[in-house]
Design a protein. Structure first.
Length: 131
């Protein structure tokens, strides 16, 4: 995943893919400040998912926005936010039996359907005023 602005410094040999979700109703600022020669800061709106790359030793600071200020509300180690990158082939399977099941079993068979007339007249119930 390429980060267009402020790439990870060249002296950082390893990097991990991370994900943070703002599960609050407030705007947050996510910042990594413990990596020398690197500036990472992003605004994360309520409900938004932030996917980013970081050195494994990075710490993500979460600053929650208040009226004209922000409060440091959390500090999360980036290795706890790491996600596994998927292969480029979405149908790739690790097990041979899974491939056989996909090719030979019910996935390729037609679905048996039964057609039934479901159109029936509506019946209405009368409502009366009771004193």
């Amino acid at each position: 995943m390429a980060q267009i602005l402020d790439p990870i410094p060249a002296e950082q040999s390893t990097k991990i893919l991370c994900c943070y979700v703002n599960a609050t109703s407030k705007i947050q600022v996510a910042r990594i400040s413990n990596i020398p020669n690197w500036y990472f800061e992003r605004v994360v709106f309520p409900g938004q998912r932030l996917v980013f790359e970081s050195p494994p030793e990075g710490y993500l600071e979460i600053h929650t926005g208040m009226m004209a200020s922000a409060i440091l509300s959390d500090t999360i180690p980036c290795d706890r936010l790491a996600i596994k990158e998927q292969s480029s082939d979405p149908l790739e399977t690790d097990s041979k039996s899974g491939e056989q099941d996909f090719n030979n079993n019910s996935v390729g068979q037609s679905i048996k359907t039964k057609t039934v007339d479901t159109t029936k007249p509506l019946t209405t119930v009368g409502c009366g005023l009771v004193d």
